[in-house]
Design a protein around this ligand. Structure first.
Ligand SMILES: CC(=O)N[C@H]1[C@@H](OP(=O)(O)OP(=O)(O)OC[C@H]2O[C@@H](n3ccc(=O)[nH]c3=O)[C@H](O)[C@@H]2O)O[C@H](CO)[C@@H](O)[C@@H]1O
Ligand SMILES: C=C(OP(=O)(O)O)C(=O)O
Length: 433
């Protein structure tokens, strides 16, 4: 098992380049197998979730060719849609549910294990199923597998009970190759929903209205090959913005879309951080003690739930009392006990964390309970005095490419080491002491 070892207390300085968006990439890979023609996907992040999903599509017969570290060519021509995608394969990821919409759209049948992913709450998929059924599919759950089939798919009017990212993308995938028109009301507006739709349109789909809460999809007979570049990752960018603020650093975050970061930027400015926006970069710098704020997670353009743990890692050393409310996933405050080990003063009441800022954190052994909570612990470790060990880095690597190397590039004293390798850990400590 690997762990991050961090010697904190050093302001991050310099430039970092953000990779492609995980949550767009996952939808786009599934969309890519909906044509029999080759598709080239660029700016693909080299992260755990993508490795798992690419393996899963290869398992059912798709051809995946790596062109370079961040570009693949996918060909879905030789897929065998009778092969089910087992839980063992995709237990680590959430977005395998997109294979359901993609395969159902293309072959009118699909068998995919119920998704795994981070344990951040109960994560039902009733809205996905409701949408696919509205298009004419018969959907059954048997032995942990979701099985969907249809003689034909027919467009329909679908109202989502909640603006679910996953349900919106899944329905959009199946609806592209349905007959007639599908309207999704109360659809999710996240940038990755828009990116998946833009990609599908580049393959010949007819999707309008993404980025608003009504999406209109006119079914087409078939999709064709395409070459596409994924948008930058809003959450990776936000994580580096908060790391810069927490360490009182000065970081230029390159390859971002500042518009996607507005909720994050607004909170940083509110607590006294300096933020400068450029066309495709953002600079974050902070000095002295930052102020407190109240944060409530909401669907886009609200404050993203995927940034909630990371802002708490900044607020624990800000002056005054901050209130962080998580409205989407009930288990997303599990990092609080870990931050408390580092000296943070946080109390959880229901879905709210009450944070009373302390002067500084002190390094400790902590364990990442999930992907973004893990990133938050790294931020806390970078800001703390002394050494922090962050265990369970495999969660963090689901969504961050070369996290320790990007942090090192900003001057962080951080390494990824084998937890069993006491010698290497001692050597690192000696070297940086
Ligand atoms: C792979 C991916 O893109 N993951 C993202 C996606 O997850 P995911 O697609 O799972 O999240 P959703 O947007 O679907 O969930 C939003 C809310 O709707 C509820 N819900 C959702 C579906 C459903 O059928 N029934 C239902 O009740 C959920 O419990 C949650 O409270 O969006 C989340 C919210 O921005 C992010 O945290 C995840 O990083
Ligand atoms: C919760 C997340 O991912 P997933 O939905 O893939 O588990 C995330 O990216 O923060």
């Amino acid at each position: 098992m690997e762990q991050y070892i961090i010697k904190g207390g050093k302001a991050l300085q310099g430039e970092v380049t953000i990779g492609g968006a995980k949550n767009a990439a996952l939808g786009i890979i599934c969309a890519a197998i909906m044509t029999d023609e080759p598709v080239v996907i660029g700016n693909l992040p080299d992260i755990g979730d993508i490795h798992v999903l690419l393996q899963a599509i290869e398992e059912i017969g798709a051809k995946v060719e790596r062109i370079d570290e961040h570009t693949v060519r996918v060909n879905g021509k030789s897929i065998d849609s009778d092969i089910g995608i087992d839980y063992d394969f995709i237990r680590k990821i959430r977005a395998s549910y997109y294979l359901l919409g993609a395969l159902l759209g293309k072959y009118k049948k699909a068998q995919v294990a119920l998704p795994g992913g981070c344990n951040i709450g109960s994560r039902p998929i009733d809205q996905h199923i409701k949408g696919l059924e509205a298009l004419g599919a018969v959907v059954k759950i048997e032995h942990g597998m979701i099985k969907a089939k249809a003689d034909k798919l027919q467009g329909n009017h679908i109202y989502l009970d909640c603006a679910s990212v996953g349900a919106t993308i899944n329905i959009m995938l199946a609806a592209c190759l349905s007959e007639g028109v599908t309207i999704i009301e109360n659809s999710a507006k996240e940038p990755h929903v828009v990116d998946v739709a833009n990609f599908l349109n580049s393959m010949g789909a007819n999707i309008k209205g993404t980025g608003t809460d009504v999406i209109r999809i006119k079914g087409v007979e078939k999709l064709n090959g395409s070459e596409y570049t994924i948008i930058p990752d809003q959450i990776e960018a936000g994580t580096f913005m908060f790391a810069a603020a927490a360490t009182k650093g000065d970081v230029l975050i390159k390859n971002v879309i500042p518009k996607h970061l507005e909720a994050i930027t607004a909170k940083l400015i509110e607590i006294g951080t300096h933020v400068e926006e450029y066309d495709d970069a953002i600079r974050v710098s902070a000095t002295g003690i930052l102020g407190h704020t109240h944060v409530k997670t909401l669907p886009y353009p609200g404050f993203p739930t995927d940034m909630q743990p990371q802002i708490s890692a900044v607020l624990v050393t800000s002056e005054g009392t901050s209130i962080v409310t998580e409205t989407l996933f009930e288990n997303r405050l599990r990092y609080v006990d870990e931050l408390s080990r580092m000296g943070a003063n946080i109390k959880v009441e229901g879905n709210t964390a009450v944070i009373v800022g302390v002067k500084n954190l002190t390094g400790a052994i902590v364990s990442a309970p999930d992907l973004r909570a893990g990133a938050a612990l790294v931020i806390a470790g970078l800001a703390a005095t002394g050494f922090t060990l962050v265990e369970q880095v495999e969660y963090i690597e689901r969504g961050y490419e070369n996290f320790e190397r990007k942090m090192q590039g900003l001057g962080a004293i951080m390494a990824k080491l084998d937890a069993e390798d006491e010698k290497a850990i001692q050597k690192f400590k000696l070297k940086v002491s």
